[in-house]
Design a protein around this ligand. Sequence first.
Ligand SMILES: [Fe+2]
Ligand SMILES: [Fe+2]
Length: 329
Amino acid sequence: MSIKNIRLEVMQLLEKKVDTFMNDYLIPVEKIWQPTDLLPDSEKETFFEEVKELREIAKDLPYDFWVVLVGDTITEEALPTYESWLMEVEGVDNEERNGWSRWIRSWTGEENRHGDVLNKYLYLSGRVNMREIEMTTQHLINDGFDIGTGKDPYKNFVYTSFQELATYVSHNRVAQMAKKYGDNKLSKMCKLIAGDEMRHHHAYSEFVNQIFQVDPSEMMLAFQYMMKQKIVMPAHFLRESGQKISSAFEQFSDSAQRIGVYTAADYVDIMQKLIDKWKIDQINGLTDEAEKARDYLMKLPARMARISDRLVIPETSHVFKWVQPALVK
Ligand SMILES: [Fe+2]
Ligand SMILES: [Fe+2]
């Protein structure tokens, strides 16, 4: 049987458990938080007071912080790219509305609240240029992404396991920073988003875990493949209006590194967490090739850590069209 057919069989096998996965890792619509719970309520008389307070508190947050929050928001807002990509993965069948497509739709439904709430917060804050942000978002959706997974479910689940944890880390750090600056509402918002990301990380890494149990060698090779080519961030094509594709991504990640929201050390840390979580050192029944992949993976975090130690981040930020320095500290 071809590799592709085996993957399809494995996906069909796991699909039988999709209801359990949805129960364990997603929260019913009526129970989960909604953006409105965290924002000034426009139906109430107190709305303008609440907005005024939000804007006052927002004044204390520094430049890099806004850049990171904007970049995170845009990343979340490019959700159509991620949903349509995942719908194309082998074993996901939206036409048949099979279990996996149901998972993807429901995951998307949860994710959609992230960009929604952050966008509304930014709009109300008065600290950022919304039109520029909107143009970047539209560009990013137009540009799509290229994460090197193809339609392979194994590679895609490695990617999503990694990425959900990476977004957990960054939203959680933003929450901590917001708290430090006295913005408790923004802090709560980012904390709740981080909580969603963590649940999603648990889900996708459980899918990988289960694949390891039935197709260990191929799963190991897929993990190695993804780590070798490196996990590119979903917003790696980020650009400002009138600029070339990808031109803003590095400057955005420099801001994130500078304030410690997401760093090269976090990348290595996530890799190590995945290796531990999937008990890579204990997986049995591997082919020779997969054994070699395991050896490679076990040594990779230490190797990457040495490289990330040498990284130098510019001390000052690029001036983004999204955030006017005059409006921010
Ligand atoms: Fe998200
Ligand atoms: Fe996510």
